[in-house]
Write a protein that binds this ligand. Structure first.
Ligand SMILES: [Fe+2]
Length: 878
């Protein structure tokens, strides 16, 4: 019998009908930025979690009950707000305990964002249903949404009444693998990277990556489609993977400010013919990009009219535009910002000490290796042209052999992977070498560059590669040549950083894990709950990155040296990728930077290696949390091996998502047959998605914001002795240097990009944090999480102490900038540094939990940036 729910005052709790029990519920939805709210036509039902309806095999289902009232609450200085509704369910006395709620959106067109539902049971017991999901109109979806109670269940421990619902949910999320996705459908499936090129546009054809042995790649989410436009924004993304309205407004504001600050003055100058191709001097670069307004360089307008006009045409809704307009006016563009590298010493970037230090504590501290054989030998067996003669006498009294034995020689090797691509890359208007940089570990614990070898491939005849050797010098032509050689090394390292360390090893390789988690692990599964916060926003970020940064003609091709061969090169490197080697201890051992000591612990060859020292502390904290969490749910190895959802998840990851690495499966993956293997694999995944990403992402403005420190491409080779170019260099070395590194527009484009890449938004979550403690009802798990946070606070203390220890010279270096990229900052709320400026300080770059935040900002920013300026870019580049 239908309950007469419409007969009473909707704002008051109705009287309890005879022979029924009332369950009072609270429903909370987001309502800021003009989001739609449920309205009177939205209803809820309950599934019993304990009493089965034998006709359906599922829990007993209540009747539909409507929402009542609706009270608005503002949060966080009014940036977000929620609407709270009441609902009263009447159920039979033997209905049992609810295990799921069913939500039916009765609106005609609009979806709403449901945060959670809480039920108050008669026996004074509460139940929480964490939702955080878009609910689309049932007229579109032809189904209602089901949300489970926040209790974690392994599959075989699931209450009988919820088992069918659990399986149905997963089947629905996997989809049928057919047909075009609609906006309101929530389906997770695998696809190859077939959307990067545009075969109809000249020079914009790109090979599909993934699904074949020649060009292997991790899978992405989406459906197979052909790229039709340079900027294709019509990708399907499951609703719950899309940006929140808060984030959207904040990153748009950042984008407007960055474009106004950096790019608009430069594009106007280009349009008016006022700008020269290169900076005239480093001083001019510093003044034009970071300095105060002067008569020659007037302060940029607070908000550029063209930018706002283009924004209005580009944003999804007028409400969003109005919000951004308001936020931009409340936060005027700063006309002054610091360059990234030189905090105290503006010339620090030129020093050999800083050049070497950044290999241990910079933006890309994951490449340097211990040299085990001298001279270095390539993977193809060719020996380097570096000889003992080049480094003899500069090893603090050691012979080369002794230096090797004492683990004092190191190498930054950008040789082997680059050589096969260099001929093609150098047809793109750039002048790129493959490089090897040898370094010596001094008695004071710092590294000293010994020699740089720059190589070009020959004509294909055996051993005809062309290599040049450069030795450290500070004065005269040799000093200028050494600076140029270091710039070429930095270009190699910048490209590898952005394309491999950042994009491939943190963004792209994680996406298959997300798809597999959504397809194979129920929202009730404890491992799903453990991983979920690390996955937020990833899919939309990667999708936008493919569309704007990585695509043919995209910003990465236009600013980084590999150009249109970038993704092909990353595919070649992925062919060697192994998940097991991504754990921090294994990765350090593989590079020869660490070893297992007699007691099974890990020791570092370079004791003052800030990335590794801080990273291992964070790693151990994550490991402790994950091991405790896994042991809580799995009481035996057999429980892991017998978890059908978990095994299906791992099969998906290994055989589909990373299916192109199947040929190396035994080395790539641990078998999920023990609790220890499960914990190891999850620790590695969380490490990649949080700390590793933070280490290679959030220092981008700090280290690369000052272009001469990390140029992204070279326009000239190092001059040959006796050549006209050598004469030019000797006549004006600074001009030659600035003619070598990126031009003005590429520099400002890159600078605006990483300005947003390095920023945090207000809804950041940090390692150890959760948006709400109601994500689980398990008190023991919450205690484990408390212990994890305590451990992270101990790590914070140690990082702070190390940064204050003058004996640890690699932590601050000549620039006097402390290494804080792996500072957990577990107490931070809102993404802002307490007590420090909000803009352009490395000190605010922290370890972030939801690892894609910066990519969220960057991709969203570049989307709108590109929309504003694509006609300018096309004019310049085509
Ligand atoms: Fe990132």
């Amino acid at each position: 019998m239908q309950m007469p729910f419409c007969l009473w005052d909707r704002n008051k709790a109705p009287p309890t009908p005879e022979n029924h029990v009332a369950i009072h519920g609270t429903v909370v939805v987001s309502c800021h930025f003009g989001l739609s709210v449920p309205g009177k036509t939205t209803t809820l039902r309950l599934f019993s979690g304990t009493q089965i309806d034998h006709n359906t095999g599922k829990g007993r289902l209540s009747l539909e009950f409507p929402l009542r009232g609706g009270k608005k609450t503002k949060h966080g200085a009014g940036k977000t707000s929620t609407m709270t509704y009441q609902v009263t369910f009447f159920v039979d006395p033997d209905f049992g305990t609810p295990g799921a709620v069913v939500v039916k959106n009765g609106l005609k067109n609009d979806q709403f964002f449901l945060r959670h539902v809480q039920l108050q049971l008669a026996e004074d017991r509460g139940l929480h249903f964490e939702c955080n999901s878009w609910v689309y109109p049932s007229k579109k979806t032809n189904s209602d949404r089901v949300f489970f109670v926040n209790t974690s269940y392994l599959p075989d421990k699931t209450p009988e009444a919820l088992r069918l619902l659990r399986d149905e949910e997963l089947r629905s999320l996997r989809g049928t693998g057919r047909g075009e996705r609609k906006d309101w459908e929530s389906v997770y499936d695998y696809d190859i990277y077939n959307d990067l090129g545009n075969p109809d546009k000249e020079d914009h054809a790109r090979p599909a990556l993934g699904g074949n042995a020649i060009l292997p790649y991790p899978r992405r989410d989406g459906v197979t489609e052909t790229r039709k436009h340079v900027i294709n924004l019509d990708f399907y993304i499951p609703p719950d993977e899309r940006f929140s309205p808060t984030k959207l407004a904040e990153v748009l504001t950042l984008a407007v400010q960055a474009v106004t600050h950096f790019v608009v003055p430069e594009t106007k100058a280009l349009l008016h013919g006022d700008a020269v191709n290169s900076f005239k001097s480093v001083e001019q670069l510093r003044r034009d990009l970071y300095g105060k307004a002067t008569p020659e360089k007037p302060q940029p307008p607070a908000v550029d009219g063209m930018v706002m006009d283009k924004l209005r045409d580009s944003v999804p809704s007028h409400k969003t535009y109005k919000q951004v307009n308001k936020m931009v006016k409340e936060t005027p563009v700063s006309s002054e910002s610091s360059d990234g590298c030189g905090a105290d010493d503006l010339e620090a970037w030129r020093t050999d000490e800083e050049f070497a230090r950044e290999m241990l504590a910079g933006l890309n501290p994951v490449v340097i290796k211990r040299l085990e054989v001298f001279p270095p030998v390539s993977s193809g067996g060719k020996t380097s042209t570096i000889t003992t003669r080049h480094i003899h006498g500069r090893l603090e009294g050691l012979t080369v052999e002794k230096a090797l034995v004492q683990n004092r020689l190191y190498i930054l090797d950008h040789h082997d992977y680059l050589m096969p691509f260099l001929k093609r890359i150098n047809t793109l208007g750039v002048c790129i070498y493959a490089s090897r940089t040898l370094l010596f570990l001094k008695d004071d614990g710092t590294l000293k560059p010994l020699v740089i070898e720059l190589s070009l491939p020959g004509d294909g005849v055996a051993d005809d590669d062309i290599s040049r050797i450069f030795l450290p010098a500070t004065q005269g032509p040799d000093g200028h040549l050494w600076q140029l050689a270091k710039a070429h090394v930095s270009v190699n390292d910048s490209g590898y950083h952005q394309l491999i360390s950042h994009w491939l090893f943190t963004h792209a390789t994680v996406e298959p894990f997300i798809i597999a988690t959504k397809r194979q692990l129920s929202a009730m599964h404890p491992i799903h709950k453990l991983l979920e916060p690390h996955f937020k926003d990833n899919m939309q970020i990667n999708t936008l990155a493919r569309s704007i940064l990585l695509s043919a003609g995209g910003i990465l091709e236009r600013t980084m040296f590999p150009g249109k061969y970038a993704m092909e090169m990353s595919s070649a490197i992925y062919s060697q990728w192994r998940f097991t080697e991504q754990s921090l201890p294994n990765e350090l051992i593989k590079r020869g930077m660490a070893y297992r000591d007699g007691g099974g612990g890990l020791s570092l060859h370079v004791a003052d290696y800030p990335y590794a020292v801080d990273g291992l502390d964070v790693w151990r904290a994550i490991e402790g949390w994950v091991r405790g969490y896994c042991a809580h749910f799995y009481h035996s190895d057999a429980a892991v091996a017998g978890d059908r959802e978990l095994q299906a998840w791992w099969d998906d990851v290994r055989h589909v998502g990373h299916g192109d690495r199947r040929g190396d499966a035994a080395a790539c993956w641990l078998e999920l047959d023990t609790v220890a293997h499960l914990a190891d694999s999850l620790t590695t995944l969380i490490w990649i998605a949080s700390a590793l990403h933070a280490a290679v992402n959030f220092g981008q403005y700090g280290y690369a914001g000052f272009m001469p420190n990390r140029p992204t491409r070279c326009r000239r080779f190092v001059p040959m002795p006796g050549s006209p170019e050598m004469a030019q260099m000797e006549a004006d070395p600074e001009k030659f240097f600035l003619d070598t590194v990126p031009d003005r527009f590429t520099t400002t484009l890159g600078l605006a990009l990483i300005e947003v890449l390095s920023n945090h938004t207000s809804d950041e979550l940090y390692l150890g944090q959760r948006a709400t403690s109601a994500w689980t009802d398990d008190g023991e798990v919450l205690l484990l999480l408390d212990r994890f946070r305590e451990e992270l606070r101990r790590v914070e203390k140690k990082v702070t102490e190390r940064n204050g220890d003058p004996r640890l010279k690699n932590r601050r270096g000549p620039a006097k900038v402390p290494y804080t990229l792996l500072f957990p900052d577990v107490g931070n709320v809102g993404g802002k540094e307490k007590g420090s400026p909000e803009r352009h300080t490395q000190q605010r770059l922290h370890l972030i939990l939801v690892y894609m935040r910066a990519w969220t900002a960057s991709s969203c920013y570049t989307y709108y940036y590109y929309k504003f300026n694509d006609y300018i870019l096309d004019m310049i580049y085509h």
